[in-house]
Ligand binder design. Sequence first.
Ligand SMILES: Nc1nc2c(c(=O)[nH]1)N[C@@H](CN(C=O)c1ccc(C(=O)N[C@@H](CCC(=O)O)C(=O)O)cc1)CN2
Length: 286
Amino acid sequence: MTKIIDGKAVAKKVNAQTATAVAELAAQGIQPGIAVIIVGDDAASQIYVRNKNRKATKLGMHSVVRQLPATTSQDELLAIIAAYNADDSIHGILVQSPLPAQINEPLITMAIDPKKDVDGFHPTNVGKLITNFPGNYPVANTPRGIMTMLADYGVDPAGKTAVVIGRSTIVGKPMAALLTNANATVTIAHSKTADLKAVARTADILVVATGIAHLITGADIKPGATVIDVGMDRDENGKLVGDVDFDSAQGIAGLITPVPGGVGPMTIATLMQTTVELAKWSDVSE
Ligand SMILES: Nc1nc2c(c(=O)[nH]1)N[C@@H](CN(C=O)c1ccc(C(=O)N[C@@H](CCC(=O)O)C(=O)O)cc1)CN2
């Protein structure tokens, strides 16, 4: 039988821990602060940013949303980031992706102070993750949230074969690094991988982050595998579905995340967790 990984339930536990950490910081006179910058009016991004703001406020954090028009220039955005870098009430800065075409996303990522890089996308933090550097630094929230879910369901990656389909900076690459650091044997597969589905079938842990609805079906899954679906796609009826065909995976996968209700809620819960950590670490002199 296939067991469903309840991302909402795990997110609730993470949020409870975050609320405790916020209260502990409040006793020291520190209120974690997050600034989310959104450029343009992408409908899905508007919803995600609204949810981030609501959750941060509910958890007792200082939360700022900076809505900018789609015509915002790169220099304008850089100036806003510089102001948040210098603002002591803000511990985490996030620029919502995707950005309009006139803005060079890597340049924007580089402009965020690595100590306030709540997304964990700055090359300094990515480098630390890849080298499994000791100490405190932010790690991309979606893959980190997936690691939390795996731990919560007793899935230890050590000694397992993991396949990550997708090589994005937000998910695929940091996911592969986290699984490698947890002693899995990891393959990154992508659109140019020869016989992608045969590679998928080797996985004890299969993470799918392609943006292609129902790319992976039950026939592509190793019996008993843990399947993590990062997809957020629309089917022909406009219904939200994942990159994995959930129905055909039943009875084959050992564990599977649903869409919605799997990885998505963990992304926001982990973002809140990271914000609090950045606030804590900012108080510790190096
Ligand atoms: N700067 C960033 N931009 C983006 C990130 C990111 O981590 N940092 N991730 C995604 C979008 N995202 C958060 O920003 C996100 C996506 C989805 C969910 C979520 O809770 N999904 C729900 C379903 C929602 C729905 O019904 O539409 C679920 O899966 O249950 C949260 C956060 C891209 N941009």
